[in-house]
Design a protein around this ligand. Structure first.
Ligand SMILES: [Zn+2]
Length: 74
């Protein structure tokens, strides 16, 4: 993936957390606290796995210090 700011190739990596889902939540809205059940206004990016936790693929540009998540690539 090319960085949208400087057009260089981005580094592929991931962001992982423990025993929680990873959801995008609109500003001002509350997160769901029920595992694997996002609220209707949330976008589920990764469901929690009891064995592996949860993680999402994230591209990073070290020069611009930005991270990009592509929902079609999850
Ligand atoms: Zn960049």
């Amino acid at each position: 993936m090319k960085c949208p700011y400087c057009q260089q190739d981005m580094q592929e990596g991931y962001i992982g957390i423990g025993k929680q889902d990873i959801c995008w939540t609109p500003k001002g809205k509350k997160q769901s606290w029920i595992v694997n059940r996002a609220k209707p206004y949330q976008k589920m990016l990764a469901k929690m796995s009891w064995i592996h936790g949860s993680s999402i693929k994230v591209y990073r540009c070290p020069d611009c210090c930005i991270e990009v998540i592509n929902e079609n690539d999850l």
